[in-house]
Design a protein around this ligand. Sequence first.
Ligand SMILES: CC(C)(COP(=O)(O)OP(=O)(O)OC[C@H]1O[C@@H](n2cnc3c(N)ncnc32)[C@H](O)[C@@H]1OP(=O)(O)O)[C@@H](O)C(=O)NCCC(=O)NCCS
Length: 174
Amino acid sequence: MILQTARLILRPFQAEDIGRLAELMANSDFTRFSLGPYTRKQTETVLQKFLAWNKARLPSQFAVVLRDNESVLGYCGFLHHPELPEEVEIGYRLDATYWNRGLITEAACAVRDYAFLDFKLTRVISLIHPENIPSRRVAEKIGMTPEKEITFRGFPTTVFALSREQWLSDRGAR
Ligand SMILES: CC(C)(COP(=O)(O)OP(=O)(O)OC[C@H]1O[C@@H](n2cnc3c(N)ncnc32)[C@H](O)[C@@H]1OP(=O)(O)O)[C@@H](O)C(=O)NCCC(=O)NCCS
């Protein structure tokens, strides 16, 4: 499945994306508020996870590409965590050159709608460090609200959530 927005194409990752993804994941801005920067080997593991979800037809990550430039600028899509088996996360990272242009909000809106329309999920969450202001803003702009504070993989984390009911009600109000 390929998602399109005004400025972006969101396409499934392919094995051939390893070079560009490793370049992005080696950058400390790109991996802000994560365990990164990642080695190429660590990025290979991440990419294998995305490809396995694609193969199993599970919600997965998309490569974020500008419509007028085929280079991969980041990712936006779904994550599954063994620690939270009932949840599906919307996660995102973008090349810092392109921050604050509304690109990830645009991508995450398309991903959110895909979650509810095509995968019929009952809710989606985002796990965000309390100090990660840009990420919190994106979560708010796609309709999520902070639900609770947890410790996730050793880090203080705010669980942002959006239920299918809330999404439907927000759509009705627009
Ligand atoms: C989080 C991230 C993907 C956002 O991507 P983006 O395309 O720049 O996001 P958008 O432009 O759609 O929205 C960013 C919002 O944060 C706001 N923002 C950014 N820095 C800010 C700051 N220091 N203080 C207050 N607001 C800030 C922007 O103004 C914008 O909000 P607005 O539209 O209300 O003005 C990007 O910052 C990133 O890749 N960060 C590193 C990785 C990361 O933290 N990923 C999320 C892990 S949970």
